[in-house]
Design a protein around this ligand. Structure first.
Ligand code: DC
Length: 226
């Protein structure tokens, strides 16, 4: 076994709004493990492609963009959130928008774009361990992970959570509109030919509908430390 593959990995997959981001960050902090936010990589490529004025359906151009975009995560010094630096620019705030999410979902359906991001993701596997947050962490990127979780929540609940987050940021959104967007993105992510959103066979399914963050974190941690 190579040194990299002996490093333990906990994969946390699931649809947007299932609480993956929050749960993954909390679990990684508690374990003292590294964190890979793979959605941020797809968002970063979508953002870079948009900044370069590319047509998001131009597979060749977007693939080249995925191969050349420099993406760096910079841990916050003040205990705040990790910043995402795209081609030297702090794009953290832009990456969180619904527009960036939709662009990410569109380019993530291109096999060549996914392929371009594989090595970068594997590079996050470093001791003492890695928590990998995404859609295909347990199925495609780290199929040999020792620990796998798939988080779900009803579309209505996920829309509610997203609504609260965006409202807190002062953005103007409607609950119905968000739920429709979430359902459309889910079906695109689940029906794409390459790396569709689905639980790994050996993943523990955790439905977070109506459950508090602490309880979900405890449940996920118990997979690693029974
Ligand atoms: O988790 P997120 O909302 O930041 O992800 C944004 C988009 O990126 C999502 O619509 C699907 C895509 N994605 C993916 O295809 N594979 C991943 N491992 C992570 C995200």
């Amino acid at each position: 076994m190579s040194q990299a593959t002996s490093v333990p990995v906990l994969t946390i997959d699931g649809p947007s709004g299932s609480g993956k981001g929050t749960i993954s960050a909390a679990v990684a902090a508690q374990l003292g493990w590294h964190l890979l936010d793979s959605g941020a990589l797809y968002r970063a490529v979508g953002y870079a492609a948009g900044m370069a004025g590319l047509d998001l359906s131009d597979v060749e151009a977007v693939t080249r963009c995925a191969q050349t975009t420099r993406i760096r995560f910079r841990a916050a010094t003040d205990g705040g959130e990790t910043r995402v630096i795209v081609n030297g620019h702090d794009a953290t705030d832009e990456l969180r928008t619904e527009t960036a999410g939709a662009a990410a979902s569109a380019i993530a359906s291109m096999p060549s774009v996914r392929e371009a991001l594989v090595a970068l993701q594997l590079g996050f596997r470093k001791g003492p361990g890695l928590v990998a947050d995404g859609r295909d962490m347990g199925t495609v990127i780290f199929p040999d992970a020792a620990f796998k979780v798939f988080l779900t929540a009803s579309a209505a609940e996920r829309a509610k959570r997203r609504y609260k987050q965006l409202k807190e940021k002062g953005l103007s959104v409607t609950l119905g509109g968000l739920q429709r967007e979430i359902e459309a993105r889910d079906s695109r992510d689940a029906s794409r030919v390459v790396a569709p959103l689905r639980p790994a066979e050996d993943a523990l399914l955790v439905d977070t509908t109506g459950i508090g963050i602490d309880e979900v974190v405890a449940k996920v941690l118990s997979v690693v430390r029974p």
